[in-house]
Structure formats: structure tokens, C-alpha cells
Write a protein that binds this ligand. Structure first.
Ligand code: XMP
Length: 326
């Protein structure tokens, strides 16, 4: 019978068998799949695993800390954190085209991850060990979609995980290959991961970089992080997290509109709420959020986030609109 307990037992045994005494590396994205995969490997082979987390500065409020503190506390994993915020900001300076921004973020991510992976490999080598395996949070639907292949890889597909150069060849450990998303979450709970990680809604690899319409700057990121945190807090408080698929908060950084606050005229930026319901993100419908919740989010964002004086609601389904604005 299928129980999360059995899945954990089976997978940890399989991982031990596959990995033996070799070293393993895993890229953490902050998302649920890589976190649960890493936690399983950690349970199976503990100190043989090193996780790498690239902080590109495009995460939401509290997410880097969740990986650096809560995930480490829950699992005891060895973590190498790379603070690459300056590097990403520099690479994105002056860029406004959505595709160009995505390419830059993907490219920088791969370079930083490669560098960190080489360092882990070199460190292990200095101790006479070899890093032979790379953990991937591949789920069953990904396996089916891509035709079921497995084996060695340098990973190009998904920059959440990081790509690796030809000369760093790893064999893959994919402990979630038989699982669907809801099962992955159950396994995560069984492993004692924080619910903020286990129940995280989808978040794109390029992060807030594609939710700032216009150039990405540190100030704009901070502003959007604040607005996004308020929206998430209120949606959570209203008990809507599992009902909505995700709710991007988008900053229209190059748009200004006139407002009035206190006793003065303001000339600030709008943010867009984009709550959607969906089964698989291929299609989506805009969520009919309760007016009271929308009101609280709007009031709080305009009161608490300086420079935002207008909150607007995106009522477009997918198609024709994509979920993200870029
Ligand atoms: P769109 O905007 O295409 O988004 O309707 C569909 C789903 O995919 C997420 N998304 C991404 N996820 N890397 C990711 O890992 C990406 O580059 C990326 N772009 C979009 C989006 O949040 C939504 O859930």
C-alpha cells in the first residue's frame, strides 16, 4: 500500500544503494521539489550530500532565510550559499526586454552554480573523494513529458536546478520520479520540512526579475518584495492559499499615476495583483477573490509601501494572458 512512510523508506534505501559511499551535490531553488529531493538524500546518506543555494536576490521576502535557516535546521544538511545578488543586479542593469532579462538570469544562474559546483568538487577532491551524483527533483509528470529517459546529465533544461558544464559529468539521483506534486508535499511533511516550503505555490525560476516590468533595480526589488509579502500574508490569513494556484504581484515600474495620500499629492507606481486558479498552469482562470480580501491587500499595500499609490486587479484568463506578465 502507498503510504508516505513506505515511500520514504523505499527511496532512502534506493538512494543508499545507488550512491554507495560517493559524494552527492544538489542545487536548492527554494521550491518544494528540490527541497524534498534534498531532504530524502540527506536522510539516506547524510554527510555525503552538499547542497548549493544561489541567492540571486530575486526571491521573495523570507525565502532565502527559509532555505538558509529553516531548511538547514529541519534537515541538518550541509549548505553552500552563494550570495550573487550584486552580480545579478549588474547583469540586469539597463535591461527591459522580457526575453533578454530571462536569458540573462538563466545564464548568470548557470555560471554561478557551475562555479559553486566546481568548488564543491574541488573540496571533495582535496579529501580524496569524488562527487559523482547530482540530485534532481524530477517528478513523474516531468518524466512522462520528456519520454522517460534517465541516466547521466549535464542539466540544461531547467535553470531552477542549474546547468553544469560538459567536464562536470554527474549521474542523476531522482528520488521523486514516481511521485506527483501532492505526494511530494506529503513526503516533505513526513520528513519534517517547514510548511512554508512544503506548501509553497509555484514561483518562476527568474523570480521577481520578471515581475518588475521595466529595469530591475535593488530599490524596485525591495518595493515589490514588500508589496508581495503583504498580498501573501493576507491571502494566507484568509485561508486562500490552497484555493488559488498562485498570485503574482507585479510592479509596473515605468508607469506612474497621480494619487492623494494624507494631505499631499503623490505620483507613484501601480502594482498588479494576478491571482489565478489552475490545474497545471497550461490554462488558468482569474480567481474571484472576496472583495474584503482585495480591499485589505489594497489598503495595506498603499499604506505600507511608499511609492505605491494604486493597486489594480488582473482579470484576464490564460489564454489569452500568460500567468506571469513577462
Ligand atoms: P506562464 O506565465 O507561462 O507561467 O503562464 C506558467 C507557470 O510557469 C511559471 N513560470 C516559470 N517557472 N521558470 C520556472 O520555473 C520560468 O522561467 C517560469 N516562467 C513562468 C509561472 O509562475 C506559472 O506557474
Amino acid at each position: 500500500t502507498w503510504t508516505t512512510h513506505n515511500v520514504v523508506e523505499e527511496q532512502t534505501a534506493a538512494i543508499r544503494e545507488q550512491v554507495g559511499t560517493k559524494r552527492v551535490i544538489c542545487g536548492l531553488s527554494g521550491g518544494v521539489d528540490s527541497a524534498v529531493a534534498a531532504a530524502l538524500v540527506q536522510k539516506a546518506v547524510g554527510s555525503q550530500l552538499t547542497c548549493v543555494f544561489v541567492d540571486h536576490g530575486l526571491l521573495r521576502k523570507g525565502e532565502a532565510e527559509q532555505v538558509e535557516k529553516d531548511f538547514v535546521a529541519a534537515t541538518g544538511v550541509q549548505l553552500k550559499v552563494v550570495d550573487a545578488q550584486e552580480r545579478f543586479l549588474a547583469a540586469l542593469a539597463g535591461k527591459t526586454d522580457p526575453e533578454e532579462k530571462r536569458k540573462i538570469i538563466g545564464r548568470e544562474f548557470i555560471r554561478v552554480f557551475e562555479q559553486a559546483a566546481s568548488e564543491v568538487v574541488a573540496d571533495a577532491g582535496a579529501h580524496g573523494e569524488q562527487v559523482e551524483f547530482l540530485v534532481q527533483g524530477t517528478l513523474y509528470p516531468d518524466v512522462v513529458e520528456s519520454g522517460g529517459g534517465t541516466g547521466t546529465a549535464n542539466i540544461k533544461s531547467h535553470h531552477n536546478v542549474g546547468g553544469l558544464p560538459e567536464d562536470l559529468q554527474f549521474r542523476l539521483v531522482e528520488p521523486l520520479r514516481k511521485l506527483f506534486k501532492d505526494e511530494v508535499r506529503k513526503v516533505g511533511e513526513e520528513l519534517g520540512l517547514p510548511s512554508e516550503i512544503v506548501w509553497r505555490q509555484p514561483f518562476p525560476g527568474p523570480g521577481l526579475g520578471i515581475r518588475i516590468i521595466g529595469e530591475v533595480t535593488r530599490d524596485r526589488l525591495d518595493l515589490l518584495r514588500d508589496a508581495d509579502a503583504i498580498a501573501r500574508e493576507e491571502l494566507t490569513a484568509a485561508g486562500l492559499d490552497r484555493e488559488i494556484w498562485q498570485c503574482p504581484v507585479v510592479l509596473l515600474a515605468d508607469v506612474r499615476s497621480v494619487g492623494v495620500q494624507g494631505d499631499g499629492r503623490t505620483y507613484g507606481h501601480p502594482v498588479v495583483l494576478r491571482p489565478v486558479s489552475s490545474e497545471d498552469a497550461m490554462t488558468a482562470d482569474w480567481s474571484r477573490l472576496p472583495y474584503e480580501v482585495l480591499e485589505r491587500i489594497s489598503t495595506r499595500i498603499t499604506n505600507e509601501v511608499a511609492e505605491v499609490n494604486r493597486v489594480v486587479l488582473d482579470v484576464t484568463s490564460k489564454p489569452p494572458g500568460t500567468i506571469e506578465w513577462e
